[in-house]
Design a protein around this ligand. Structure first.
Ligand code: HEM
Length: 70
């Protein structure tokens, strides 16, 4: 399912951005764009994550998930 794949890879991008933020913080670098680096993947992460959350409640017509019966 492609939304799940996007969420997967965005989570990796977000993780790298968080690491970059921590590195910048420890090096006392004051740069707003490093903060935005984490915010940019986080917004689509939130959207795709909320979609993934809603999927089991919307029905089984979109994905290959089969364990949402109980
Ligand atoms: C921003 C709000 C977020 C929401 C609402 C959200 C929501 C979700 C939901 C509902 C699932 C599916 C769980 C399932 O039914 O199996 C999921 C999977 C996942 N999430 Fe998120 N998530 C968010 C952010 C993140 C972040 C920040 C990370 C990591 C940096 C992350 C990493 C993952 C991974 C790796 C999966 C598994 C994907 C897969 O099964 O292929 N998510 N998320």
């Amino acid at each position: 399912m492609w939304v799940r794949q996007i969420h997967r890879w965005l989570s990796m991008a977000f993780t790298l951005a968080v690491i970059a933020n921590i590195v910048a913080m420890t090096m006392q670098v004051q740069a707003v764009w490093i903060g935005f680096l984490a915010l940019v993947p986080l917004i689509p992460l939130l959207a795709t994550g909320l979609y993934l959350f809603a999927l089991p409640y919307l029905g089984q017509h979109t994905g290959a998930r089969s364990e949402a019966s109980s």
